[in-house]
Design a protein around this ligand. Sequence first.
Ligand SMILES: [Zn+2]
Length: 287
Amino acid sequence: MRISKTLPVLFILLVLMTVMAGCSSNQPTMESDNDKVQVFVSILPQAYFAEKVGGEHVQVSVLIPPGADPHTYEPTPQQMKDLARADLYLKVGTIEFEELWMNRLTGVNPEMLVIDTSQSIALIDNDPHIWLSPDLAKLQAHSIYQALSEVDAANKSDYQRNLQAFQAEMDQLDQDIKEELKDIKHRELLVFHPAWRYFCADYDLKEIAIEKEGKEPTAQEMAQIISDAKQKGIRAVIASPQHSTHEAEAIAHDLGGEVITVDPLARDYASNLRQVARELAAVLSKD
Ligand SMILES: [Zn+2]
């Protein structure tokens, strides 16, 4: 008796619930932040890569904030706390910060998967600045795809599709940079902080480092660098916003050249590299 009365009510409730579930699945923000794969990266350009490959399924946090130097950075206590909820840590590979801190980072969260995104890349002299080559960025993205597919296998096909789109984007970026630099007359650059070796290797440029192993040159070394640069007719001095441009200005003045301030750590990766190529072309095309 009681069952026969409650059944129609239950039926209506069920129908209502189904309709409501149907409605909410049409809304774009189905995955709340808590459902997303929590990804930590060391530097800002990696956030660009991880967000492109991870798409809507990931939430990416960057350890080294804008303006900070990855060669000397130390994580804050709050960041150590935040890392306890990470699913995945994507290392660049060999930057000092990662080498010094990784044991402590994994200590607060032993479950976290740690991936070295330089794993399939042949480093030159252990130089960590691999992300500045769009070609190598494709390999880093492939490592990111593999890592995401491991921690979140259910969305593997999405990650694969995103990876392919990212690789096509990098191919286009690579072509655009080549096009931008095709008529330049000078191929050597003085670079204050030597972050651009892989970029230079891709575009037939040569980076001559002023800073040696993170240290500023002595007055004597500096005099030698400037006299060599004068002989070679070098005009472009590359400085980065993370480091003082004061000395770069003085050197450029000595050479009758120009300082180009470019950011190796910009989050908006592709448009930053297009900007770098434009500024390089403007200086390197002059006689
Ligand atoms: Zn660096």
